[in-house]
Write a protein that binds this ligand. Structure first.
Ligand SMILES: *[C@@H]1O[C@H](CO)[C@@H](O)[C@H](O)[C@H]1NC(C)=O
Ligand SMILES: *[C@@H]1O[C@H](CO)[C@@H](O)[C@H](O)[C@H]1NC(C)=O
Ligand SMILES: *[C@@H]1O[C@H](CO)[C@@H](O)[C@H](O)[C@H]1NC(C)=O
Ligand SMILES: *[C@@H]1O[C@H](CO)[C@@H](O)[C@H](O)[C@H]1NC(C)=O
Length: 192
């Protein structure tokens, strides 16, 4: 084979790899243009009912910290900057608030963006069902207006011992400032 033919083949191969990797990148939003296959996947919903001064019995979350210009009953105006909410929310397999829960989503969200609709999530799924037992721990930025947000799955216990991955968060429903439901598509890329 001549040097020229070899270099043409190299160029063609390079073009093919570049084209296919950018295709995969767009299709999977996984970064680096690499295609990773999850070792385990779970899709779950959780339901958050925020205390608003009137729904103490029904609420699953409460404002526990607010800036000087706010209070613990109503989120501060516009982007709710500075509010800290603690939650203990039911997790269900489908999008029905009244389905029997398979565990609790427990943790906090902090409205940490002054000039956009965004929060920071730090929470655990504590699962106790016939299929899964153990906890999964999540952290990350949650820009509400983006349809699909990606947060880190930093670890787990029991059935999720040493697991890591990425969760895709989607707002499945909202009602005023009281209720929201998130769909969480958990893809583990490290399983033990
Ligand atoms: C909390 O703030 C809201 C909005 O500013 C106000 O309407 C409400 O009266 C306040 N509640 C308390 C208990 O201070
Ligand atoms: C807030 O965001 C808007 C729109 O992006 C921008 O026009 C404005 O200057 C920003 N304000 C501050 C205080 O950063
Ligand atoms: C898990 O569910 C079982 C059966 O409902 C219950 O007995 C047990 O206390 C639960 N464990 C935890 C940690 O919630
Ligand atoms: C509890 O909150 C949910 C969500 O906002 C609502 O659909 C439901 O009617 C409430 N239940 C009670 C008893 O207030």
């Amino acid at each position: 084979m001549s040097a020229k033919t070899t270099s043409n083949i190299v160029v063609l191969l390079f073009m093919f790899l570049t084209a296919s990797s950018s295709y995969i990148h767009e299709g999977n939003h996984e970064g680096n243009g690499k295609h990773y296959k999850p070792c385990k996947r779970l899709v779950l919903f959780f339901h958050n009912i925020l205390y608003n001064g009137k729904n103490a019995a029904n609420a699953t979350s409460a404002i526990v910290g607010a800036p000087q210009w706010g209070n613990l009953t109503i989120l501060t105006s516009e982007f709710h900057f500075g509010d800290l909410v603690v939650f203990d929310d039911p997790i269900t397999l489908d999008n029905n608030l009244h389905s029997s829960p398979v565990g609790r989503a427990r943790g906090q969200y902090i409205y940490d963006a002054k000039n956009s609709s965004s929060s920071w999530l730090g929470f655990s799924f504590v699962l106790n069902s016939t299929d899964y037992h153990g906890s999964i721990n999540f952290i990350g930025a949650n820009p509400h207006l983006v349809n699909f947000r990606y947060i880190s799955v930093v670890g787990g216990t029991e059935d999720f011992f040493m697991h890591r991955g990425i969760a895709t968060i989607m707002t499945d429903a909202t009602e005023d400032q009281v209720y929201f439901r998130l769909r969480v598509d958990i893809k583990f890329y490290e399983c033990w």
